[in-house]
Design a protein around this ligand. Sequence first.
Ligand code: ACO
Length: 706
Amino acid sequence: MNDIKLLFEPRSIAVVGASKDPKKIGHTFIKNILASGYAGKLYPINPAGGDVLGLQAYPDINAIDGAVDMVCTTIPARFVYDSVKACADRGVKYNVIITSGFSEIGDIATERKIADYAASRGMRVVGPNVFGVYSAEARMDATFGPGGIMPGSVAIVTQSGALGLAMIGKSKVENIGLSAIVSIGNKCDIDEADLLEYLTDQERTRVILMYIEGIKDGDRFIEAVKKATKKKPVVVIKSGRSERGAVAAASHTGSLAGSDEIIDAILRQNGVIRADTIQQAFDWCKYLGNSPAPTGDQAVIITNGGGIGVMATDACEKYDIELYDDGKKLKEMFSPVTPSFGSTKNPIDITGGAAGAEYNSALSVALDAKEIGASIALYCETSTFLAADLEKVLEQNHNSYELKKKPLLFAIVGGEDIENAIVKLGRKNVPVFGDVDEAVACLGKLYWYHRYLRYHSELYEDAAVPVAAITEICTNAIKQDRYFLLAHEAQKIMDLVGIPVPKSYIARNLDEAITCAEKCGYPVVMKVVSRDIIHKSDAGGVALDLEDRNEVIDAYQAIMQSCRAYKHDAKIEGVEIAEMLKKEVETIIGARRDQTFGPVIMFGLGGIYVEVMKDVAFRALPLSRREILNMIKETRSYPLLLGVRGEEQKDIDAVIAVIIKLGALISKCPAISDIEINPLMVYEQNKGAKAVDVRILLAKDERSTT
Ligand code: ACO
C-alpha cells in the first residue's frame, strides 16, 4: 500500500493532457502547480510534445526518466483507461483523475475497470470527477481552481468538486488559510477515511472540514473519524438523505431510523461537529482552529446592553454553555469595574456609557478569574465608544486572552462602522461576529468538542450473551421458513440475556388458557400466537385487563373470531397469557444492524404513539454508560423518567441495563437483524423495568446462523 503522504507531498507530478491552450484544464494544472511554488519535478504530458509554460512536454508517461509519484489525468473519458493502465504499469503511486463522465453518468463499468487495473498494480486513484489536490505542506496547487490559495491550518475534504472550488474562493474572503483541499468525487478507490488518515497526523492541519453526501464504508469511516477527533476538531457538512433507512420498515426502529438520523447520531457520538450551512462550517473551523481550550466549565458575558445580554444568555442555553453564577463572587469581582446602576449578575452589564476603558477593566477581571473559563463580550453601538477605538480595544483584549490561553469572543452590533470593524478584525483572526448567536455557537462548539475529548476514552459497556442457545432458537425458526420469532421465543431470548419480561404462558386451547391465567394471577393479558399475524392489535388479537375466568373465556372466543376474519388462512398456534402490568412510563428500545454502520441502538418514548411522536435518539454501538445516558437525555420525554408533578423518579438504571443487554445481543448474534421492545415499562426507582412486547426479526442471510 502506498504511503498516503505521497498524495499530499509527491516528489514528482506528471499532468496527462497538459496543453498549451490556456483555456484547457490541463493547462491550468501546470499554471497552478508552477504558481504555487511546488519544488518537486513537474512533467507535462502531451502527445504533440513541444513545451507547456516553459516546461518540456513528454509524449507519454514512459518517456519520463525518473519516478513519478503522482499523475493528474486531464484527458477526455474515452482515453482515460489506457492512460491509467500505462501509468500503473510505469509504477505511478497516485493517479488523480479529473475527468468526468464515469459512474456519475452511469458508466460504472469503465470506472470499475480503471479502479481494478490500478489496484492490480498497486496504484491508488483519487476520483474520477475531481478538481485535484492542494497541499500547503508541498506548496502544491494541483487543482484547476482560481489559484492563490492562502496556506493555513484548515484541511477541506469534499465530495462535491464544484462546492470545493467555491470553498477555495470563500476561504480567501473569510481569511481562512488552508493546509489542504481535496475532492474525492466518485470515490472509486480513495475515500474520506484514507484522507483522514493523513490529515489526522499532519501537524499543519488544526481543523478538518468535510463535505459529505453519502458514506460507503461506515465502519472504516467511523474508525478514521474517531481517530481524527481525538487529535483535532472535525466539522462536517452532511447533505443528502439515503433511502436505506426505509429498508427495515418491518419494525419501528427501521422506520424511525432514517439513515440521516443515524449518521447524525454517529457523527456526534464520535466527536464530529455537524454544521448545517457553509457559513457555520467556516465560522466554526476558523474559530476552533485558532482558539485555546476553555480554562473552566463556566463562561461569563460582558455587555453594554441588557437586551443583547439576554439574547446571549438564551444562546448559551441553546449551545449548552454554562454561565458562572456565584452571585457573591461575581459581585466581589465585578463591582469595582461596573457602575452602580449596572449589574454584576452574569451577564455583567457595564451599561451603555461603557467605552474602551470600561471594557478593558471588565475583560481583564474575567481574564484573571480562575472561576471563569471563557468570556463573551457584547457591544451595541453607542456614541460614547467610537468604532476606531473599538477596533483597538477588541484587538488588544484578544491578544491578552490569547497570551493567557483563555477563549474570548465578541459580538458587536451596529451600523456601517461596526460592519467594517468586523471585516477588518476578522482579517486579523480576532473572533468578532455581527450576531450574538453566531458568536455563542462558536464557543458552544468549542465547549462541546473539549467535553468530548474529556469523556471519549471512557470504557464501553458489555454484557454476557449465551450466543449458542440464542442462535439455536433463530435457526429453528428459519428452518420453518420464518424470519421473525414468536412471542415466546423472543421472551426466551430476553430470559437468556437477563431482560425482565412479564410472567407469561402459552395456551393451545381454551382450557389451557384458563389454567394459565390462574397460574399467572389476575388481571391478565391475552394475545394471539400466530406466525401469520405480526400486527396483533390490527387483527383484534389482543385483549387486556381480563379480571376473571369468564372474561378469559369471552376474550379467547373473540380473539379467535377476529383473527380468522382478519386472515382466514392464518395458522393460529394458540394464545399467550401474560400478567397485566401496571401502567408506568412506556419507553421503546430498538436495536438493529445498519447496513452502513453496523449495530445501532434506539431509545425513545414508547407505546402506540411512537411513530407519531418520533421522540427517539440513536447511537452506534459500542457505548459507554455516559453516552447511553446522553442518548436517554436527548429525548424530549426524558423529564417523564425524572418524574413529573411530584411523581417519583423512574428506574433509569434499569433502562440503561436493558440498553446494554440489547446492545450486546445485537452485536454478538448475527442471526438477529432487528430487536424491538415496545413498550419497555419503566417503574419507579429500584423497581426495575419490564419488556412487555418484544419483536425480533432474523437476518435473511443464511450464513449468519451458521
Ligand atoms: N495523453 C496525453 N495527452 C492527451 C491524451 C493522452 N492520452 N489524449 C489527449 N491528450 C491531450 C489533447 O491533445 C489535449 O491537448 P492539446 O490542447 O494540446 O490538443 C489535452 O490532452 C486535453 O484534451 P482535450 O481533448 O482537449 O480535452 P479537454 O481539455 O477539452 O477536456 C477534460 C478534458 C477536462 C478532462 C474533460 O474531458 C472533462 O472531463 N471535463 C470535466 C472536468 C470536471 O469538471 N471534473 C470534475 C471536477 S469537480 C467539479 O465539479 C468542478
